[in-house]
Design a protein around this ligand. Sequence first.
Ligand code: N01
Length: 542
Amino acid sequence: MPTATFTAPSTARPDTDAVIVGAGMSGLYQLLKLRELGLRTVVFEAGDDIGGTWYWNRYPGARCDIESMTYSYSFSPELDQEWVWSERYASQPEILRYLHHVADRFALRPDITLRTRVTRAVYDETARWWEVSTDTGQRLTTRFLIMASGCSTVPKGPEVPGVEEFAGPVHHTARWPREGVEFAGRRVAVIGTGASGVQCVPLIARRAAELTVFQRTPVYALPALNRPLTDAEVTARKAEYPEFRAAQRRSKGGSVLAMPTRSALEVTAEERHARYEAAWSEGVLSAVLRSYTDLLADARANETAAEFVRGKIRSTVADPATAELLSPRTYPFGTKRPCLDTGYYATFNLPHVRLVDLKSTPLVEITAKGVRTAEEEHPADVLVLATGFDSMTGALTTIDLVGRGGVTLREKWARGPVTYLGLGCAGFPNLFTVTGPLSPSVLTNMAVSIEQHVEWITDCVRFLRDGELTEIEGTAEAERAWVAHAAEVAGRTLYPTAESWYTGANVPGKPRGFLAYPGGADVYRERCDAVARDGYAGFTIT
Ligand code: N01
């Protein structure tokens, strides 16, 4: 275990104690916790409302793929008791209402400045504080800079010319207009078939005159089996919430789920099929993957589950050629994030819906009239870009974060993110990243991982304040060891074998590497707690 080193404190006082970037789920909770410490805290939020991911992604069908009574804050037993979720999987509007409720209940709004994007932050090595600049011309100095800027924040487009030439409206799923989009009677083109595409396609198909879906890589989608929650279910969960929340915090992925004990290869094909069928009918994103211990570690084991899902696609999609195009064959099941769908595959049975395979006929350009592939021009009146994000690092590298010696985070991460525990990095003192790269983050229930990071950061800030300490920074040595450990753990899985946003492969030119920590939220939490217990081992403290 690395050890911490200490030097003398500084006495100067910055304009504020902490700046938090982002007023989504992490920023709101971080504000609450720093307030409890009595810190002067300012939150800057680029949007004109709070909510982060749940503010920006308001496309039709946007919905969480973790159950609502699991994907919510756990820090307040009173909040758990008073808020009532209406559906098994909450829709984006309901989650946004919940976050508004949280902001009001804990009186968070006065410290949040909306419509203000942090554009630059420079570390002053003499004063030992950050100078933060915004797009509204504000500048202020702060001891701590906490990036609560999210994992999937910076949208990316289809990387072909001509989007600006398109004559009709163009909407990215992550920048959906508040007033909605009229599809009735229109020819709609959707590019992208990740979770956002899978959720919006069935709803757009209900209204559009024609829908063309452009698919580069098919996904494995499992049925959500969403439905209203019954009063009895809500009451039962509320009665057991304290134990349930505690179990979530101890769990591998932030949800309380049965874990497998056997290999997929040690049972008969019939037994496996029955197990997969039972898992399929749970309507839980990870259920099939949790059927056996080795589905994310052994390609042969994985193929049994992958083929099971392909069988489901074949039995749903009437046209065998379309079913085959929708069937993933180039990467193992679960190594790109699977989707939870409501009627996605069946949508392709509708006569006005067409699937275009961009692997055999690549996208060439967007024209005024539609989408041109290598084979033909597909006319459209409305263009929907469900093309995803520069995930994990994008929100951090698009801001000019300038650390020691004038080195930017962009430069430091030119060959991929280098972090200590995904919480901070060498050369960037007092900069914390909530669910940052190389932490479990997107592989877990984000609500639980966010709380764990926010609480760890808050404890760390309390430790510094109580000890009259000014500066904390991961050491280069600890960071190197963490990066190597995260890569080693990822290397034991099948994850790196897929071209996905988990590895940076979705953004042309982005360095490749597995961007989250796949060792389990339970193991990771223990590691973070041990670092704190050992006086912030692996950090230099001034
Ligand atoms: O983005 P994605 P998303 N030309 O990157 C295609 C979370 N989320 O917004 O796979 C042509 O997954 C791209 O093709 P390919 C969740 O964690 C959660 O859908 O790169 N196509 C892919 O099909 C999720 O994983 C929820 O070959 C291009 C699609 O666009 C994450 O956010 C809901 C292209 C992008 O899929 C991101 O999901 C929504 C190009 N140049 C999102 N570029 C729930 O909670 C990209 N594509 C349910």
